[in-house]
Design a protein around this ligand. Sequence first.
Ligand SMILES: Cc1cc2nc3c(=O)[nH]c(=O)nc-3n(C[C@H](O)[C@H](O)[C@H](O)COP(=O)(O)OP(=O)(O)OC[C@H]3O[C@@H](n4cnc5c(N)ncnc54)[C@H](O)[C@@H]3O)c2cc1C
Length: 377
Amino acid sequence: MDQILKLHKDDLDVVVQPAVGWETLNEDLALEGLFFPPDPGPGAMIGGMVGTGCSGTNAYRYGTMKDWVLSLTVVMADGTIVKTKQRPRKSSAGYDLTRTFIGSEGTLGLVTEATLKVTVKPQNTSVAICSFGSIREAANCVFKVVGEGVPIAAIEILDDVQMKCINDAGGTSRQWKEAPTLFFKFSGTASGVKENISIVQKLAKSAGSKSFEFAKSDDEAAELWSARKEALWSVMAKKRDDSDHVWTTDVAVPISSLPKIIEETKEDMRKSGLLGSIVGHVGDGNFHSIILYNDTEHDIAEGIVHRMVKRAIEMEGTATGEHGVGLVKRDYLNHELGEAAVDLMRKLKQAFDPLCLLNCDKIVRVQKPKAGEIQEW
Ligand SMILES: Cc1cc2nc3c(=O)[nH]c(=O)nc-3n(C[C@H](O)[C@H](O)[C@H](O)COP(=O)(O)OP(=O)(O)OC[C@H]3O[C@@H](n4cnc5c(N)ncnc54)[C@H](O)[C@@H]3O)c2cc1C
């Protein structure tokens, strides 16, 4: 089911089947000067992107998958076919079934068709990177840029460990400063992009940046962004042997709490002796730590992740900003949302899929956990 069924160019929407990849979709849309912003991992497809309610580096400016789906056609567990809405940009017609399915990880129904909003492809894009002496200085720079209302397309942070992994992996055409680094993406008119780069350069300097580079051509922009793209693979390249695994986390917190949680997590990883890097969608308060561990080190890695999730929830954040719950994170929901909210989710699941045919027990345990079954903090 990998067909783009119909582009309504004047309405800025497109109807697709679930196995259309976001990259393929954008190649097609570009021919019409259009663009679909959610940009998760390479190879991700619309069905899975609806499933996780994904985001990506563009979320800071454009929002997440939840903001870009107009309507879904879904096959329910009993075979009923449901269309959640027609194609208007807005609607107050009843409960929002579209958003109930987004982020439901295949537990409520199977998406067979999606109508997606699209937007006009920015005329110009560029990239700048700047490095700092500490994560806190880099975070302060983000607050300044966000606080000034500079229209940035994306702001990402990579820590010193991550930058070293990228250098060691040698997958990019140059070497990078092994320091906390911010990656900015700009988009808009040529003069707007130029002006915004210059504002950010001044703000970065006042926040203590040690270096600032910006792209003067599309090739240079691709080169600067290449380090961001290599993040996960460069940590995987550090595997000591086949028994090593990578654990990727994705907590999110209100953005003012981001420096504290990143600093505490980095200290925890340092003390553990495991290799762990930080890559963050810093404009959204969402970051990944990528931790390398083998079977004998599993409990150490799990401890780091557990403490990180606990910190995030205590800061009024979430266990998962974009990857979803599945099995591993389901017992955190009681701590994050409270028992009453999880019970309501369980009732929703039972109403949509009473025989528990669809990804049973994912997100929410179908049977209410017995006393003591969910670990205390
Ligand atoms: C290098 C890398 C970078 C990444 N960066 C990001 C990022 O920046 N932001 C982000 O959000 N994610 C990111 N991801 C994670 C991943 O790309 C997203 O979670 C993406 O949404 C998964 O899409 P998929 O097609 O692989 O879905 P899958 O993993 O196949 O499925 C995801 C979920 O959707 C359900 N599902 C699949 N198809 C359907 C359907 N037709 N109907 C109903 N349910 C369905 C599945 O059951 C599953 O629960 C990254 C991954 C990698 C490897």
